[in-house]
Design a protein around this ligand. Structure first.
Ligand code: ZN
Length: 205
């Protein structure tokens, strides 16, 4: 890449309470990715210094003027559990918080210090009232439908081992649907990929 670096002001020590200069996108005609950083981050998490966009490899990254740390912005990890009934129907939930009124395979985020399998079981129990035993991973996809929060989603198969079905937490309805006839609208494009996969595959629990 031979794109010129953006004009950068002379580095100056951060002044507590003073606003940092805004991060700017890379030149629009370079083909480079947009600045790979949180849109609301303006200060270094390590030292509090102001962040500025600097080209590193093929990406523009938020870099701390004071200590040089790069404020990497990586996808969060989401987990979902696919539970099917004897007819092969899949348990879906209608969301009540974000994406309210739209349907998804019960899911949630992995916490910072949480095992990915524990997270999948916890989220499913919180949202459906059902305890599950996890089976194999059915699918892994990158979700970019939300520009502010990209995720890597992992869909586990699951078998119910306890509890009583009731929508809770981020869901206000739970119901089994044939994977080729899901309710609309679906909240996440990647759930549709997984449902298409399930519709095309033999019953797998
Ligand atoms: Zn710093």
């Amino acid at each position: 890449m031979s794109a010129p670096a953006p004009a950068t002001p002379e580095p100056s020590p951060p002044t507590p309470g003073s606003p940092a200069p805004p991060l700017t996108d890379g030149p629009p005609d370079t083909g480079l990715h947009r600045v790979a950083g949180p849109s609301d981050a303006r200060h270094c998490r390590r030292c509090g210094g102001a962040l500025e966009a600097q080209q590193r490899g093929d990406r523009w990254r938020p870099v701390c003027r004071a200590c040089g740390s790069i404020a990497f912005h990586n996808p969060a990890v989401g987990v979902a559990v696919v539970v099917r009934d004897d007819e092969g129907r899949v348990l879906l939930g209608r969301r009540s918080g974000s994406f309210a009124g739209q349907w998804c395979i019960p899911c949630g985020y992995v916490e910072w210090d949480e095992d990915v399998h524990d997270a999948a079981r916890r989220e499913f129990l919180e949202e459906t009232g059902l305890e599950v035993r996890l089976g194999p991973v059915l699918a892994v996809h990158t979700n970019t439908h939300n520009p502010a929060q990209h995720t890597v989603g992992i869909w586990f198969s699951g078998t119910t081992v306890g509890g009583a079905l009731a929508a809770a937490d981020d869901l206000d309805a739970v119901e089994f649907f044939h994977p080729h006839q899901p309710p609309e609208p679906l909240a996440f494009p990647t759930d549709r990929l997984v449902l298409d996969q399930l519709a095309a595959s033999p019953l797998h629990t």
